[in-house]
Design a protein around this ligand. Sequence first.
Ligand code: NAD
Length: 294
Amino acid sequence: MGEPGLAQLIDGRALARQLDEETRKGVSDRVALGLAVPGLAVVLVGQDPASEVYVAHKIKACARVGITSYEHRLPAETSQDALLTLIARLNIDSTVHGILVQVPLPAHIDAAVILGAINPAKDVDGFHPVNVGRLSTGTGGLVPCTPLGVMRMLDTIVDDLTGMNAVVIGKSNIVGKPIAMLLLEREATVTVTHIETRGLPEIARQADIIIAAAGAPRLVRGFWVKEGAILIDVGITRLARDGGREQLVGDIAFDEVQHAKAVTPVPGGVGPMTIACLLSNTLKAAQNAEGQLP
Ligand code: NAD
């Protein structure tokens, strides 16, 4: 519990360490049984600086839990066909259980074509239409990492979401929509909002749970939040600070929401959980490879 009068902080770093520990144990149990070490192929096309940082974090995280990573760095001018050829090779490589193509891709490559070419059983980002369909029909599959992390964080605060009012801000395919699907699966009443939504503050004020995934710094103000609400801040905006160092800012005005029940910080909230969920998805994909697909 937090201090009286202060919202409980949901510590994403601590939760990510816990999940990494579970994954590390899952990996070493496999090795003890003589099963393959899970392998994750990470494909980066071009030199987008933010993508470089994300990929470096993911590779380091694999090493932490005993997953083998295979890095494929391709020049920005790589053709779509060449990328498809690489994916086709990774799809049938039995040492690779997970394939992650870092987005955004250069403009001449159609991301939907590339993501759709990944074997759904190795789609650890959960972006393939087959996995999207499975999520929306509640029939298993690999679930996108950030939404998975969000649900694990919620689970530390509340057991039963039945009938709770959840407001999701943002409707992207990788964050807002899958989060809405997961909340529906848990019987919450879900309102999905976006940039064109009218009267967002009033809608947010009805919420027992707010998931902010807009990428709009300090969008959710204190007066948008009812007493005792649970707040998950997915948003990350990099703001240049005086002196040149950048500052990460979330979508929730953290200092104004201490009347909430619980809130995630930025940084140290959803971000670390996303990577931990990528690792657990890779382990899951390796486990599925020995049995039936989910
Ligand atoms: P996106 O740009 O694809 O989608 C943003 C969504 O928010 C859109 O649906 C848009 O309509 C809505 N939106 C934007 N401004 C709004 C406003 N002022 N009011 C209401 N709705 C608004 O972004 P995304 O990929 O879904 O990412 C959203 C945010 O989450 C970004 O800040 C991104 O950096 C962050 N993110 C964080 C993680 C993580 O691991 N923590 C992972 C993925 C994305």
